[in-house]
Design a protein around this ligand. Sequence first.
Ligand code: NAP
Length: 293
Amino acid sequence: MTSSPYFAPVNNSISTFKDNIFEGKVLFCTGGGSGICKGMTESIMRHGANAVIIGRKFDRLTEASRELSERTGRTCIPIQADVRQPQTLQAAAERTMEYFGRIDFVICGAAGNFMSPISGLSENAFKTVIEIDTLGTYNTVKATIPHVRATKGAYVHVSATLHYRGTPYQVHVSAAKAGVDAISNVVAVEEGPHGVRSNVLAPGFTSGTEGMRVMSGNKTNKTEGFSNPLGRFTEIHDVANVAVFLFSPAACYITGQVLPVDGGAEHLRGDFFPYPSSVVDPSSVRKLLKGKM
Ligand SMILES: NC(=O)c1ccc[n+]([C@@H]2O[C@H](COP(=O)([O-])OP(=O)(O)OC[C@H]3O[C@@H](n4cnc5c(N)ncnc54)[C@H](OP(=O)(O)O)[C@@H]3O)[C@@H](O)[C@H]2O)c1
């Protein structure tokens, strides 16, 4: 199989945006103790914001907040909360207000995932993922909305692209993320007149994350058995850059949108033609083509 001759570069948003665009701002991030959400928090802090990261495992959160503060020179505090319990999120929002006095940006990123066919998935397992991803997003929005209104801030909801088609063994996550997308649209419409924006960021299969580990059986090779238009898996930096953009003044007229960060994978119909060999070398499908090559 011909592999892609092109691999998109991995850029750091610091080279694109001014490093102080979020000076004085405060980020509230569920799921910020690990993976993609930790990476987004780091990028937003590198542009001047302070942050609160939320999760259940306090030791991991404490270690992550220490690392994030050290790497960025800003302040990150860990707050233990379970997004399924509205009162723990209310307490986290109040603690953020006591500590920093404001909340400008919210990332709803806490999520659970595992692979299972419907035939083997219990009602409880399905419900747990809905409770973390969908209800957790709703609870996070409820706990933070008065504060985000006060700063005319913005939400970024972390979804996925799985539910655009029927992804096997992902019925629970697909249903949960469809709900997340719907919540974001309603927040955009209800809160827009109060100066609040809400968008969805949908990462593709992201290297070096728990999601990648669960869905690929620990595969880390960036090209093996995989192709998309930009030639590689999503990197945490790619998602973090888009979060910086969505919170930045450059996105002040963007709300109610879903932005996949998947290198164009969602548009690929590789089942019709071998990909990318058919576009890299059209002569390989010469018999099928009418026009000039
Ligand atoms: N990785 C991918 O390829 C991929 C692709 C598409 C979308 N996504 C989305 O991107 C986000 C991050 O994924 P990731 O792969 O980086 O996974 P991850 O490292 O496992 O991040 C999930 C985070 O959510 C927290 N969390 C889980 N349940 C929680 C609860 N009940 N209350 C509070 N926090 C909770 C976890 O912390 P605790 O365990 O400490 O609670 C963890 O920090 C998720 O929304 C995921 O659906 C990932």
